[in-house]
Design a protein around this ligand. Sequence first.
Ligand code: MLT
Ligand code: ZN
Length: 466
Amino acid sequence: MITPPPAMQQALQELLGPSGYLTDPSSLQEYGRDWTRFTPPAPSAVALPGSIEDVQAIVRLARQHRVPLVPSGGRTGLSGGAVAGQGEVVLSLARMNRILGLDTVGRSLSCEAGAITGNVQAAARAEGLIYPVDFASSGSSQIGGNIATNAGGIQVIRYGMTRNWVTGLKVVTGTGELLELNKGLIKNNTGLDFRHLMIGSEGVLGIIVEATLALATPPRDPRVMVLGAPSMTAIMAILEQCQGALSLLAFEFLSDLALEKVINAHGLQPPLQARAPFYALVEFEDPAQGDDAPILTLVENCMASGWVADAVLSHSEAQRRSLWRLREDISETIAKWTPYKNDIATTVANVPILLERVEALIADRYNDLEVVWYGHIGDGNLHLNILKPESSSVDAFQQRCATVSRELFGILSDLGGSVSAEHGVGLLKKEFLTFSRSKTEIGLMREIKKLLDPDGILNPGKLIEL
Ligand code: MLT
Ligand code: ZN
């Protein structure tokens, strides 16, 4: 366990003042963890800088005293990337949350790293634009954290990941230097683009302090449809039909157990009269402005092929939102079972073979446990959540699931897939990184870390070691 020396504690107190340097037990608990519950939080302090200069000063102090820092955003991560369990100092960007400017001609927004995603989205909407990266945790996640984890979400099939929307970054490296990367430019062919090294680097190379984000035109009249399907094979067939006929914004799936958990927890009505093993939730731009005929034709064709048993289509914004809840509320609903989360991806073309093999593995290894499936199947990303039975200890459960994960990741590795599609590597997926990245790649990551964080003070123990 690390304890910052008294000289560093005093320097941080003087720099940040009483509201910027916290050591009370409840703040340590709150800031020391993310949404994972496998490692108990145990930071020694929380530093809340108010400016880039503060961040630089904190990094220099940490470097001088060799005390590790855990960069921290909204702490909604699911891989333990923001967990501080070793007496580290948490460096929270929560006070640096201002939106700095919005350019309607250049269609971009600049903000500090601690800006809440939902506030950025609202600022864009107020000007008739959108920041299109969206997910259930947008009300508390922060832009800096989204960038550090290259967050995905529910509309990646249409808009891509966070990486696609970052046009400028300010980052403080592990030596306290400030890098200004790409400066909001759309075109800039001047050699290596370090912005992309930082996006998805999980706080091990630098601390993101400001960002410039591209904005987009809002989609035209989004509508949502939920379709009940007999199998995952049918879900893939529905996807193909929808790809051809609709301008898709999202194509999600959930299992009946996922639906059951959400409707029971929130007292909601099932969306369809007949229950089905799986459901597709499809969002698309209204193809014929309120004329449902083309959509109904698509659904009828799917029914005739046996891929769809029943379907419901939104006719109002309220209905669209309530259908989305069935999917967006899953993660929070199942959190009480301390789920072991697999966030896997393959190419969309390989999804059917992956599903076949994963379904067989689950039947074999988890036949006594509840397995909740959902995910962004339209972009090849599946979330496989194993719910912890009350009778199991957290440790025993985690070990058992980690053993099965090795088999799962073996399947993925054969198919060239990813062991972490959008949640990041953090603590929980670190031991499995070799299933997705070669030894050479991991070695290069390490060399790059040495250059930018020579003393290894930034988020040690996560993603890669020095
Ligand atoms: C989701 O798709 O709901 C999020 O990635 C969170 C989760 O997987 O639990
Ligand atoms: Zn997801």
